[in-house]
Design a protein around this ligand. Sequence first.
Ligand SMILES: NC(=O)C1=CN([C@@H]2O[C@H](COP(=O)(O)OP(=O)(O)OC[C@H]3O[C@@H](n4cnc5c(N)ncnc54)[C@H](O)[C@@H]3O)[C@@H](O)[C@H]2O)C=CC1
Ligand SMILES: C[N+](C)(C)CCCC(=O)O
Length: 520
Amino acid sequence: MLHCAVGCGLTSLFRTPGIAAVAAMSTGTFVQLEPLNYRGGVRVEPVDSCGTEKAFEPATGRVIATLRCSGEREVSLAVKNAKAAFKVWSKKSGMERCEVLLEAARMIKEQKNAIATIETINNGKSIFEARLDVDTSWQCLEYYAGLAASMAGEHVQLPGGSFGYTRREPLGVCVGIGAWNYPFQIACWKSAPALACGNAMIFKPSPFTPVSALLLAEIYTKAGMPPGLFNVVQGGAATGQFLCQHPDVAKVSFTGSVPTGMKIMEMSAKGIKPVTLELGGKSPLIIFSDCDLKNAVKGALLANFLSQGQVCCNGTRVFVQKEIIDKFTEEVVKQTEKIKIGDPLLEDTRMGPLINSPHLERVSGFIKLAKEQGATVLYGGDVYVPTDPKLKFGYYMTPCILTNCRDDMTCVKEEIFGPVMSILSFETEAEVLARANDTSFGLAAGVFTSDIQRAHRVAAELQVGTCYINNYNVSPVELPFGGYKKSGFGRENGRVTIEYYTQLKTVYVEMGDVESPFES
Ligand SMILES: NC(=O)C1=CN([C@@H]2O[C@H](COP(=O)(O)OP(=O)(O)OC[C@H]3O[C@@H](n4cnc5c(N)ncnc54)[C@H](O)[C@@H]3O)[C@@H](O)[C@H]2O)C=CC1
Ligand SMILES: C[N+](C)(C)CCCC(=O)O
């Protein structure tokens, strides 16, 4: 059971969405006691394990769950269950899959507050943001529900009345491996297209954020998916490897760091399995002097401080044209000072804690190194201890703005994955484009300008998977999202993702006699 120490069983709240009661849950009370694996349509303890991991509430530093990392036998059982469910599900029509996904989307919408509350407790992002994440999650299910119903092959007329047609067929058992920064959203962005296409999925969340994927699994079952169609196995690298190496796994979709992405690709190569890799970034945000300054400042904050800066596509290299850099910097600092840091479950909090203590230390280390390399900390970058005593052991820091940055500094070259914005000055379009592209990453970029021709010219030149013009970090599910260069390949969201979860079969139909050179 999901329990909170004050005596309310969250499971029952979740099942009968007592939105008001869940909203009343406070930081420092939640404990997860129910099994965290999901197999065959129910929560289960793994049959074998390779170690344990602790999951924290970042706001307080409390342990909220201890999970057993699934061993090889548990992974095999999950695959076996998924294979059985695949047999049933892959035979359903698109409209039948559509109906189930729409019902699941409806349930997520109905239980938005409960899901967002759990996400905030386990991840640390503000409840305000967690609710937005839940919105992009049910939207993703609705979007792929629609596409499931309209998926179709091609018919091609050939000479002599013969013809051919194509069938878009599912791949089989797909594996989703997630990062900890958008736990529920990542589970939905992977499972919705996979299941819409007729596949089964085994999802492995990050061991830091094991909880919310289970809520999705329960919703899928209640919405009418066959037991075993969506399973959750918990664990870290070893469990991930068992999944990737399993011969009956047809595809791996991974969200995480570049080094792990390389390992996933190596393992997949050995089994000739297709992979989708959503990896890290160090994205440029280019602000021209003719921009609408107010919007550009808002864009820069969105590009750096959502989810405490722990966002893969963040625009952390903020290039500002020389003429407006002073005004821009002054305004950015003014707005950053106003960001309310603290208990992430409070309605007016806009920045919660970082994911854990080692990560806070890592981010602080980047800021220290930036200073040593000559950058100026114009604002923030300090460990922050909120006045509320229950938050004293949480992992908070103040958002940081660095100026006097150079392109060769570590803070400008490497992904920090924390609330650290580096401001750089530029003079010409050609110069900034060369500098923006001078990186091995290519996830996203942004450009703020009032010159429509320049906006599109710059977007065309940037070597990135997503380019935002006059906004940043908006992610409508209708648009594909993914990387260039070492930020990965394959896409999530949008129509194109159907191609990453299906294979195309060609069927040739002869309407005449067989013509053969071997005929006697
Ligand atoms: N492009 C995108 O959409 C996104 C990319 N990211 C990137 O993810 C990183 C942060 O996430 P982390 O969880 O720290 O990344 P990570 O690479 O350490 O772990 C990601 C997942 O892979 C699993 N894993 C680790 N080693 C494995 C192995 N050898 N085999 C199979 N699975 C393994 C982990 O348990 C976790 O579930 C950042 O670099 C960030 O930029 C994060 C979110 C979105
Ligand atoms: C939703 N958005 C665009 C802010 C981030 C999505 C990618 C990620 O998981 O970091």
